[in-house]
Design a protein around this ligand. Structure first.
Ligand SMILES: [Mg+2]
Length: 432
């Protein structure tokens, strides 16, 4: 599936690599609000860069990477999208990678400053100044090699560096690889497409009086399963869980604390949430509370899932061996992209643990990648993919449509979606 780049192209920087990297860097000097160039411009620039370098034509080499930061308009209340930054919409950086022969792959980085340390500004800067220049002339089919190059320009911390940011590159390379091979994601992985995927509606209520209306809206749109945002107030959380369970007695009820309890609180609230009808408890503690997770798992009141703390398969294996978890709430963007997410799902299944399908309020491109992954790997429980619930713009030519509380897995090569570039250009220029 992948091809190693030749030693010549990956070793000593040549004049052509310098020229191509310099061309990419020129985009980095533009302000965050800049527009990208259109496809024809990109292709001609890629051709010009290749011509200037005297490089032979090579269909899979990356010629050009464009970065489009923007904010998707939203509806409804969700705690992560509040305040001076989050309240302005769902931040996302669209990544467009063009090969030397003009084939395009689309990816998307989806930072949420209130969820992790990555922001619209840092994602844009790292993509423009670090990751994109490192990948010019790289063979787009070699995704492992691209990830290794990104490791060399921004070193890992505890785990993979800038995972949400680099997921935009990983997703674009998967889209390109699928188009090069004329295969959907599932076919690249030797699997069936799967789907449609049943969705879970997010109940993030500020007060109990709001709960009924939030649930009713979900049910009106065909949802039968609910995920609730809990912590830091256990009493409120238990009442919230009871209210949701009463409204949806048969639904899968998933509580996510986003690391918001203390270890002592979590031991008490796990029992109370179980009594209130909750099925699983996600991220009760910050991921560095290792003994707290072990105690919760030993308690056995509810299945315990991690989210924020699992970035690469390396720490996932450690957490499994330390007997901290029953499973993981997956989201490809948190993991640095699809390649790492696949390794984690396969590790969990190999160890007899389970995984849930989660997301980061993913818009169009990131949502397509996530659906492709979950469909191919046979996700069983309702997916907490709430982009369609909170976002009011979709940049794909055939926007995602929730039918009866389900989403279909896109068909076609790569991610299976087509980005509406005219719509993107208009939004970047006019903000609508
Ligand atoms: Mg979570």
């Amino acid at each position: 599936m992948s091809t190693e780049p030749s030693r010549e192209s990956s070793a000593d920087p040549s004049r052509r690599e310098f020229l191509a990297a310099a061309a990419a860097m020129s985009l980095g000097a533009l302000p965050l609000s800049c527009q990208g160039v259109n496809a024809n411009d990109a292709t001609s620039k890629a051709e010009a860069a290749a011509k200037a370098s005297g490089a032979p034509s090579s269909s899979a080499r990356i010629a050009w990477i464009e970065i489009f930061p923007l904010r998707y308009p939203m509806t409804g209340y969700f705690k992560f999208f509040t305040g001076p930054h989050g309240g302005r919409g769902r931040a996302a950086v669209i990544v467009k990678i063009t090969t030397e022969d003009g084939l395009v792959g689309w990816g998307q980085s989806v930072p949420i400053a209130k969820w992790s340390y990555e922001t619209l500004e840092t994602a844009t800067l790292c993509l423009r100044q670090y990751y994109a220049p490192a990948l010019i002339r790289h063979d787009a089919r070699d995704i492992e090699g691209a990830l290794a190059k990104m490791d060399r320009v921004i070193a890992p911390g505890f785990s993979t560096g800038m995972p949400i940011t680099r997921a935009g590159i990983d997703i674009a390379l998967h889209d390109l690889l699928g188009k090069l091979e004329n295969q959907a994601l599932c076919e690249l992985w030797g699997k069936e497409r799967g789907g449609p995927l049943t969705l879970s509606w997010t109940v993030n209520a500020r007060k109990l009086a709001d709960v009924e209306a939030v649930i009713a809206e979900g049910q009106r749109r065909g949802y039968r399963h609910f995920n609730i945002k809990v912590a830091p107030d256990p009493d409120f959380d238990v009442e919230l869980a009871k209210a949701v369970r009463k409204a949806a007695p048969e639904g899968f009820l998933w509580a996510d604390a986003n690391g918001g309890y203390t270890p002592a609180q979590s031991l008490q609230v796990a029992r109370r949430l179980a009594d209130a009808g909750v099925d699983v408890l996600e991220a009760p503690l910050r991921p560095n509370q290792i003994r707290g997770y072990q105690a919760l798992k030993r308690l056995g009141a509810l299945p315990i899932y991690m989210d924020e703390g699992v970035v690469s398969e390396v720490e996932l294996l450690e957490f499994i061996e330390l007997d901290m978890i029953d499973g993981v709430a997956m989201k490809p963007s948190r993991c640095g992209g699809l390649l790492s997410a696949r390794k984690q799902i396969e590790l969990l299944e190999d160890r007899g643990l389970s995984w849930l399908g989660s997301g980061l309020t993913d818009p169009d491109i990131s949502l397509a990648a996530t659906l492709g992954l979950y469909g191919a790997y046979g996700l069983e429980k309702p997916a907490a993919l709430n982009g369609p619930q909170f976002l009011t713009m979709d940049l794909s030519k055939q926007p995602f449509e929730v039918k009866g509380g389900t989403l279909a897995v896109p068909e076609g090569p790569g991610l299976g979606i087509e980005v509406d570039e005219a719509r993107l250009a208009r939004f970047l220029k006019e903000g609508r």
